[in-house]
Write a protein that binds this ligand. Structure first.
Ligand code: MG
Length: 162
């Protein structure tokens, strides 16, 4: 059984007056991510990675931000819907790896909690999930703290259930 891989990327503006949610975890921060949904940049990148690995359309096509049903949407719902597609195609995750790029807030102290939440949301053991964080060395919008981005890679294989 050969593994398949998908890549995901997302970026959202960091603004005052919005909560900061990463992997479904609320992170204390004076700024949060702006977006049509709850703007959970980590879950969005992961969903796109998993969709890509399965050969599905991207998150924007499946859950369009023009759809009023997704306004303020809890991104954990996107994971749930993606898991339904996985079950339908008999796909299971072999691993999820992500790097969050943000100058602030510092995420080091929250990474393990985020990892545990992400593993639970995808229904996989924590050892299949990696959540890393790095700064953008003060370069551009990410480096000046005006935005947060995330890269994710997912591996899936068909067959045996988790
Ligand atoms: Mg997004």
């Amino acid at each position: 059984m050969s593994a398949r891989f998908g890549i995901g990327y997302d970026i959202h503006a960091l603004v005052k007056g919005r909560p900061l949610l990463l992997g479904g975890v609320r992170i204390p921060s004076p700024t949060g991510l702006a977006g049509h949904s709850d703007a959970d940049v980590l879950l969005h990148a992961m969903v796109d990675a998993v969709l890509g690995a399965m050969g599905q359309p991207d998150i924007g096509e499946l859950f369009p931000d023009t759809d009023p049903r997704h306004a303020g949407a809890d991104s954990r719902r996107f994971v749930e819907l993606t898991r339904k597609l996985m079950a339908r195609g008999r796909w299971r995750l072999t691993n999820l790896d992500a790097t969050i790029i943000a100058e602030r807030p510092k995420l080091g102290a929250h990474k393990e909690r985020i990892r545990a939440s992400v593993a639970a949301l995808w229904g996989v053991p924590e050892e299949l999930v990696s959540v890393k964080a790095k700064t953008n060395e003060r370069f551009d919008a990410l480096g000046s703290g005006r935005a947060m981005a995330c890269l994710a890679v997912a591996g899936v294989e068909r067959g045996r259930s988790t």
